[in-house]
Design a protein around this ligand. Structure first.
Ligand code: NAP
Length: 280
């Protein structure tokens, strides 16, 4: 039976370390501050924004919230971002996604100054990451790396298979794994013989967005299985991309959903905000 990787414990461990770091920075007159922009009334976005504020409170990072109405235009949002880019008291800026349809998301994300882009979505930061010179690390993939590190799971030399190639999870996950000297394979919806490939993985990362997508016969005995998925099953219950019950019988380590990768994403956002404050 696999050891369950407890993301909440690892989150708390990391947040406590950051709290000490922020206190030390405060003594030097550095006050990390995260500005979060939320547009409209999406209930899931509201929960995420509240969770981000709670993590700021835990670490001593100053949080500012800018709540804009649903009918906000791209230009109005860009104007706010320009103001925050120019504000020396703001270390990091995050624009909660999804944005209402009328807003040009790419334009907005690219307007955030790369030095304040704590979500690590700006093309400049992704480019830097790909040449091994990143200022920030992408939050969810870096959260996965921290889980592995905490558990003492060696990545160097290991065969890592990632299912999913999105810009937010799959691709940056591959870059971090490569930087950690893993041998990386990225799979997607056009991959042929997927199970054959996933069965070769020492570390299997699922970022698909389909409940119970990864079945036990896709996993090698003793593999480490990381489930990035956050989905709702037919009963509207939160679940990941991995058939947890069956896969846990074969894997050596596994992350649950909820309580695995999820708590680490916001934790790594705090990490990036501290980095931004130190660099400013
Ligand atoms: P996404 O943009 O929809 O990407 C899904 C990826 O899975 C795509 O690359 C797609 O391939 C691939 N895929 C879909 N069906 C497949 C199949 N049958 N076989 C192989 N590959 C397949 O999703 P995402 O943003 O990466 O998110 C993935 C999951 O992670 C979602 O459940 C999301 O909610 C969750 N998530 C969690 C966190 C967290 O904090 N824990 C953060 C972000 C996302 P193609 O490219 O060929 O279409």
């Amino acid at each position: 039976m696999a050891k369950i990787i407890d993301g909440k414990t690892i989150r708390d461990y990391n947040l406590n370390l950051m709290k000490e770091e922020v206190a030390a920075l405060n003594e030097q007159g550095i006050y990390p501050c995260l500005a979060v922009i939320i547009v409209g009334n999406n209930p899931a976005s509201r929960v995420y924004v509240n969770n981000k504020k709670a993590a700021c409170d835990k670490t001593g990072i100053i949080s500012r919230e800018y709540a804009l109405p649903e009918e906000t235009t791209t230009d109005e949002l860009l104007e706010l971002i320009d103001k925050l880019n120019a504000d020396d008291e703001v270390s990091g800026i995050l624009c909660q996604l999804p944005l209402p349809q009328q807003i040009d998301k790419e334009k907005v994300l690219e307007r955030i100054s790369p030095s304040k882009d704590v979500d690590c979505f700006h093309p400049e930061n992704i480019g830097r990451l790909s040449i091994g010179n990143g200022i920030f690390l992408p939050c969810t993939p870096n959260g996965v790396m921290k889980l592995l590190e905490y558990e003492g799971i060696e990545v160097a030399g290991k065969r890592c298979v990632i299912i999913g190639r999105s810009n937010i999870v799959g691709k940056p996950m591959a870059m971090l794994m490569l930087a950690a000297n893993a041998t990386v394979t990225v799979c997607h919806s056009r991959t042929e013989n997927l199970s054959e490939i996933t069965r070769q993985a020492d570390i299997l990362v699922a970022a698909v967005g389909v409940p119970d997508f990864v079945k036990a016969d896709m996993v090698r005995e003793g593999a480490v299985v990381i489930d990035v998925g956050i989905n709702r099953n037919v009963n509207e219950r939160l679940c990941g991309d991995v058939d947890f019950k069956e896969v846990a019988k074969k894997a050596s380590y596994i992350t649950p959903v909820p309580g695995g990768v999820g708590p680490m994403t916001i934790t790594m956002l705090m990490r990036n905000t501290i980095t931004a404050a130190k660099n400013s």
